[in-house]
Structure formats: structure tokens, C-alpha cells
Design a protein around this ligand. Structure first.
Ligand SMILES: [Zn+2]
Length: 384
């Protein structure tokens, strides 16, 4: 099927291409809306006096309970305000393009679950941040960053659980594919502990594969959707790519960059606390009601910083692609796999350069295939 298609053909055509383009436009619109909402939010909470009013209503930032309550209520109000955007671009859009298979109730339950877990983790981090400012007014920065370091270590530890939160897994039960997986792991020198089927099919049409830490080795997750749509040679390529990330330690590089991002946010937030954190009835750095200021600063810095992280991840993707080609030596299967992924996920194969620069942490599929062809040409392997 996919391995014999015409390599000169466009990656997506007709209806698929139109859908992928339209999805990409929605992606841009939702990103702009998210930014606009962040500004509106900030002005309403700080200059509209909502934040100081909520603080006073919940006990005036006097004790532990009033601070925890403030964080919880802030998160609940934020989630409700953002709900129309995630409903439109998550649920309605997923249905429109035929990618989402869940009904509204199933989608909503999954979203609430994820929101609660994320909010609990971030809420805990923020609670610790304000506690550090109170307890160590002159040395809170190193204390806060030590807290962030512990937080990252915990995230790393529970990441397998987070990965399987939306999609469960079960043993693969496919000896042929397992033999292939074992072979590429052996060729890469990475320890394989378990191969599992990732249960995407009941919820989405999209496909994916991943490597997650399992003790001192790695567990492989292959979505049932991917197994249905892609040849085993293609799945080998996708997994070899994931192994490439592991060998290149991309996860740790990403965490290091995010640690730096947190350091910038924490420093900038503290600076803002002494300026805008005194407006709208706010009382500066130790006041829990400055939380919206913190979020606004985090959003702005996060936006700028994401241009850097996106560029570094795109470079890491090319490197992992190269690793996959070196291990499998099968550029034909590489190309077929990426054509298949573009179709399954309705990914725009060649979005405008500025969209790629701003929003994408993966190179466009057209560029990845072009890079694979250059690799094949260098090695003297014919792909056509
Ligand atoms: Zn990748």
C-alpha cells in the first residue's frame, strides 16, 4: 500500500489538503485568540480589581487556607473562561475534520481530568513560589528555583503516568512487529523493556508512537491507529526516530531549556510585582492576588521563549530523522511513513514559513522528506 506509492505525488491532495490547510488556519486563529484572552484576562483581574476583590472575599490572604482557596478559584475561573476556545478548537473542530471519535461527554471528562491534574501540579508549584517569597524575602530566588528543580524531577518521574492518562495501553501481542522492534533497539544500543499497544482508536483517528522511561530501559508505545494505517517498515522508521530522541538526550535538553524559562519567568514576575503588582489594590510580591500578574508575565515570556524552543526542537527532529535513516537505511519507508502520518493527522505539509517559525516544534513534512532525500542521495540509495 503506502510503500509503493508514487514518490513524485503531492503529500496531500484534494479534500485532505483543503482540510489540513483549514486546520492550520484554525491553529493560527486559536493561538492569536489565546494571546488576546491573556491580555483581557490580565486587565480585568488586575485593573478591573477582580483579583484584590477575590482575595478579600476569600479571607484576605491571611492564612494557608485563604491562599489555597485563591489559587483554586483562580484556576476554576480561568478554565471556565477558556472553555469556549477549547470546545471550539478541541471538540467541534476535531469532529468537523473527522479526527475525533469521542462523544462530547467522553471528551469533556478527559479534558476535566487533564485540567485537574495540570492545575494541581502548577497550583502546587505556585503555592510553593509564594511560600518561598514569604519565608525567604531576601533569598527567595534560589529557593524558588530549587523548588522548580524538584518539580521537574517529579514530572520526569510521573511522566509515564501522564503519557497514559488520555490513552491507555495493553500488551502488543504481535510477534512479528515485536521482533522488528527488538531488532532496531538492538541496532541502536538502547534497552527495551516492554512493547505495548497504545489504545487511540476508540477516541481518535490520529496515530502516534512513543518511548517512555521504564526503569533503566524504555517502554515502546505504538498506537493501534498507527498499526492499522502504516506498514511495519514505516513503524520501524517512526520508532527509530523516537530512539534517536532518547540517544540524543532530547528530553533532558528540553527540560534544561524549560528550567531556564522558569528562571526568567520567576525573575520577571518578581520585578513586575514591585510595579504592576502594586496596582488595582494589589500588595506586591507576597500577595497571592498578584497571581494574574504572574500568569500574564509567564504568557508573554513563554511566547517569546517558544520561538527559541521551537527552533531547537525542530533541529532535534531533523537529527532524530537522520538517526532513523542511519538505523533503518530505508529512506523509501521513511518517506511513505511521513506521507501516511500527514494523511492520518491532516497535517499541512507546507504551511507558510512564518507559521512554522511561530507555532511549529516540528519541521514541515515536506522539509523532512526533502532532507531524507538528500540523505539518501548522499548514500547513493535510490528512492524513486
Ligand atoms: Zn520527534
Amino acid at each position: 500500500m503506502t510503500n509503493t506509492e508514487n514518490p513524485e505525488a503531492a503529500i496531500l491532495t484534494g479534500d485532505d489538503l483543503a482540510k489540513a490547510r483549514s486546520r492550520e488556519q484554525e491553529n493560527v486563529v486559536s493561538s492569536i485568540l489565546g494571546l488576546v484572552l491573556a491580555f483581557v484576562f490580565f486587565f480585568v483581574w488586575v485593573y478591573g480589581g477582580l483579583s484584590s476583590a477575590l482575595r478579600d472575599a476569600l479571607g484576605g490572604d491571611k492564612d494557608l487556607i485563604s491562599r489555597i482557596l485563591f489559587i483554586v478559584v483562580f484556576f476554576v475561573i480561568s478554565s471556565i473562561t477558556e472553555f469556549p476556545i477549547s470546545y471550539y478548537f478541541g471538540f467541534l473542530s476535531g469532529k468537523k475534520y473527522g479526527l475525533l471519535k469521542q462523544d462530547f461527554k467522553g471528551w469533556l471528562v478527559d479534558n476535566i481530568k487533564e485540567n485537574v491534574v495540570n492545575s494541581a501540579m502548577i497550583g502546587l508549584l505556585l503555592f510553593g513560589f509564594y511560600a518561598a517569597i514569604r519565608a525567604f524575602p531576601n533569598a527567595w530566588f534560589p529557593v524558588a528555583m530549587a523548588g522548580v528543580t524538584v518539580f521537574f524531577a517529579v514530572i520526569l518521574f510521573i511522566s509515564p503516568f501522564l503519557v497514559k492518562m488520555r490513552f491507555k495501553s495493553e500488551p502488543l501481542n504481535n510477534p512479528e512487529l515485536e521482533a522488528r522492534v527488538k531488532k532496531i533497539f538492538a541496532a541502536s544500543g538502547v534497552k527495551l523493556t516492554k512493547t505495548s499497544r497504545w489504545l487511540f482508536g476508540e477516541k481518535t483517528k490520529q496515530g502516534n508512537a512513543a518511548l517512555i522511561p521504564d526503569g533503566f530501559g524504555s517502554e515502546v508505545l505504538i498506537s493501534d491507529t498507527l498499526m492499522a494505517s502504516m506498514q511495519p517498515e514505516g513503524i520501524e522508521v517512526v520508532l527509530a526516530h523516537e530512539i534517536g530522541h532518547k540517544v540524543h538526550k532530547d528530553l533532558y535538553k528540553g527540560l534544561a531549556l524549560n528550567w531556564l524559562l522558569f528562571a526568567l519567568i520567576v525573575a520577571a514576575a518578581n520585578y513586575s510585582f514591585s510595579t504592576i503588582g502594586m496596582d488595582g489594590g494589589l500588595r506586591g510580591s507576597s500577595d497571592i492576588a498578584t497571581l494574574p500578574v504572574f500568569f500574564f508575565v509567564a504568557t508573554l515570556i513563554g511566547q517569546v521563549f517558544s520561538l527559541i524552543t521551537n527552533a531547537t526542537t525542530r533541529a532535534a527532529e531533523y537529527a532524530a530523522d537522520r538517526f532513523a535513516l542511519e538505523i533503518t537505511k530505508n529512506p523509501k519507508a521513511f518517506e511513505a511513513a511521513f506521507r501516511s502520518l500527514a494523511r492520518e493527522n491532516l497535517s499541512d505539509p507546507n504551511p507558510p514559513a512564518w507559521v512554522e517559525f511561530w507555532l511549529h516544534n516540528h519541521p514541515t513534512i515536506e522539509k523532512r522528506i526533502a532532507a531524507a532525500r538528500v540523505w539518501a542521495k548522499d548514500k547513493g540509495i535510490n528512492v524513486t
